[in-house]
Write a protein of this length. Structure first.
Length: 101
């Protein structure tokens, strides 16, 4: 049994925000570098912008892992149910064999 996951609202918003932060941040940094040149403030801004992008990527991967783990849990729950049924059937067969002796 295959479970296919759909994108949730959080992932869609995170994608939109990630694109916005990447493009707007790049534009802001370029305009600042054209005006002031390289300075400590520019370096700090670039570092913080890259940290923000990394945090967005980590949030997206964490959400993806959470969704995929829920699919794996559902599949394993189904497998455990089937194994319990098989064990119960084997127990009943064993009881029948013992009563025949």
């Amino acid at each position: 049994m295959k479970f296919y996951r759909k994108y949730n609202l959080f992932e869609k918003l995170l994608l939109f925000i990630g694109f916005f932060v990447a493009i707007f941040g790049y534009w802001m940094i370029n305009t600042q570098l054209k005006i002031e040149g390289y300075s400590w403030f520019a370096m700090i801004t670039i570092f913080l912008w890259l940290n923000l992008l990394i945090m967005i990527i980590l949030a997206a991967t964490g959400e993806n892992q959470k969704e995929e783990l829920s699919i794996v849990i559902k599949e394993q729950r189904e497998e455990v149910r089937i194994l319990k049924e098989i064990a119960y059937e084997q127990l009943e067969e064993l009881k029948l064999l013992r009563t025949k002796k």
